[in-house]
Design a protein around this ligand. Structure first.
Ligand code: FES
Length: 92
């Protein structure tokens, strides 16, 4: 198995090769790569893959990982009132 086939985003089955292709096409932020191939959109929300992808971007463009901005995080759930859980009043 080559580096190309190494899974970087386990949630979405995205390989290192696919990430490198995106970087070679000019996508140099986590957000751009996320929009192109769904990295960071799995159940872990990028906790596993984002640091690895940021490292690849930084290596490719000669910057520090700290200079790679984090993607926008949108939680898949929102707060609800306890009354809604219990079936009482206050349920919207
Ligand atoms: S490993 Fe990429 S979203 Fe979970």
């Amino acid at each position: 198995m080559s580096d190309y086939d190494t899974i970087i985003c386990r949630c979405e089955d995205i390989t290192l090769g696919e990430i490198r292709e995106q970087i070679a096409q000019g996508k140099h932020t986590l957000e751009e790569i996320k929009r192109a191939c769904r990295t960071g959109m799995g159940p872990c929300q990028g906790r596993t893959c984002a640091p690895l992808i940021a490292s690849e971007i930084a290596k490719a463009i000669g910057q520090s990982v700290a200079d790679i901005p984090l993607p926008t995080v949108r939680p898949s759930t929102g707060p609800i009132k306890m009354a809604a859980l219990l079936g009482g009043k206050g349920h919207d």
